[in-house]
Design a protein around this ligand. Structure first.
Ligand SMILES: *Cc1c(COP(=O)(O)O)cnc(C)c1O
Length: 351
């Protein structure tokens, strides 16, 4: 059989995204950690009033309008910011810029499955190190693996746990390669690793507008690191990676921090209530600082529950992966959605 592909592409498993039913279908979507609230009204107003001249021309290769808004909101200098087409693109850019055969990619497991996909297609060797009991960060093992890139998601998915800043600091100090702290869920968390980018030249903190800012469809992410580390990443990214619409809408969303924070507070309050209700049903829960929970149903029959919920129009995430087969990841929805979920679970448990 002939193949058109490089051996690493031929051999790799493609990333399997969560199911994405069409908007408007009557589905309660708690499977890919979107924010249940709409984007900032300021961002929507920019979209409505967009001048078509923005579409005729190429966009700004550095998306500076969006970068300025980030610089202001986070109080970081402009040249410490790189922006990307979703944070997934930036994760990919880091792998392409830093890893190849002989230059390893390292991360603790379980975590975001895309790290594996990006490494395998490069190709580069990957070292997957299991998290310790209660998701303790295996610092010594991670250091010993000597990655050109080390990925840590914090809060982590699917577990929802946050990696203590002090652990990340120790890890950064001991690594010679790049430490990527993927903060996709930071807007729902109590802690950030952002201070580390000033302390360590090898640290990049990556964020997204997909979760906290309710803009998953727009595809915007960004990274904060010192300009020396960013210089290599700028060479590798697509030159026009941020389209003109995303740049302007994203800038408006970023300037509206108070709206983002209000929505995050609502999600956090719902997260606390949902935790109580799931525990009452006998579900085991891990403490989460994301907008989702990893949970283990009392009888461990996660796949059956996933299918039963789907039948009732409720999508949650089931990972057929070692260590996760008996668990579900459930996104925190609106109060109303969470109630429908809990009622469906009660129905299932009694049925
Ligand atoms: C959702 C998610 C991302 C991807 O975010 P995009 O900006 O939508 O590409 C990255 N990392 C983790 C851990 C995520 O859960």
């Amino acid at each position: 059989m002939t193949t058109y592909f490089r051996p690493s592409v031929e051999a790799m498993a493609g990333y399997i995204p969560g199911e994405q039913p069409k908007p408007g279908t009557n589905i309660i979507k708690l499977n890919t950690n979107e924010n249940p609230y709409p984007p900032s009204p300021e961002a929507i107003a920019v979209l409505r009033n967009l001048d078509s001249e923005w579409l005729r021309r190429y966009p700004d290769p550095y998306a500076n309008e969006f970068r300025y808004a980030i610089a202001e909101a986070l109080e970081v200098p402009l040249d410490w910011i790189i922006v990307s087409n979703g944070s997934d693109e930036l994760l990919n850019v880091v792998v392409r810029a830093c890893a190849e055969l002989g230059r390893k990619v390292v991360y603790p497991m379980p975590t975001y499955v895309l790290y594996r996909t990006l490494t395998d297609m490069q190709p580069a060797e990957r070292v997957e190190i299991p998290y310790g009991e209660d998701y303790r960060l295996p610092i010594e093992e991670l250091v010993a693996a000597n990655g050109a890139v080390t990925f840590i998601a914090s809060p982590n998915s699917p577990s929802g746990h946050i990696v203590p800043l002090e652990d990340l600091r120790q890890l950064a100090a001991k690594l010679s390669g790049v430490l990527v702290v993927d903060e996709a869920y930071v807007d729902f968390a109590e802690e950030t690793a952002l201070p580390l980018v000033k302390e360590f030249e090898n640290v990049i903190v990556i964020r997204t507008l997909s979760k906290g800012y309710s803009l998953a469809g727009l595809r915007l992410g960004f990274g904060i690191a010192n300009p020396k580390l960013l210089s290599g990443l700028f060479k590798v990214k697509d030159s026009y990676n941020i389209d003109a619409i995303a740049c302007l809408v994203g800038a408006a969303a970023m300037r509206d921090q108070s709206y983002k924070n209000e929505c995050a507070e609502k999600v956090k309050a719902s997260r606390a209530r949902l935790a109580v209700e799931l525990k009452q049903l006998g579900f085991r829960l891990w403490n989460s600082q994301g907008n989702f929970f990893l949970t283990q149903p009392p009888k461990g029959n996660a796949e059956q529950i996933y299918l039963a919920l789907k039948e009732r129009g409720i999508l949650v995430r089931y990972f057929k992966q070692p260590g996760l087969e008996d668990k579900l990841r459930i996104t925190v929805g609106t109060e109303e959605q969470n109630q429908i979920l809990v009622e469906a679970l009660i129905h299932y448990c009694n049925g």
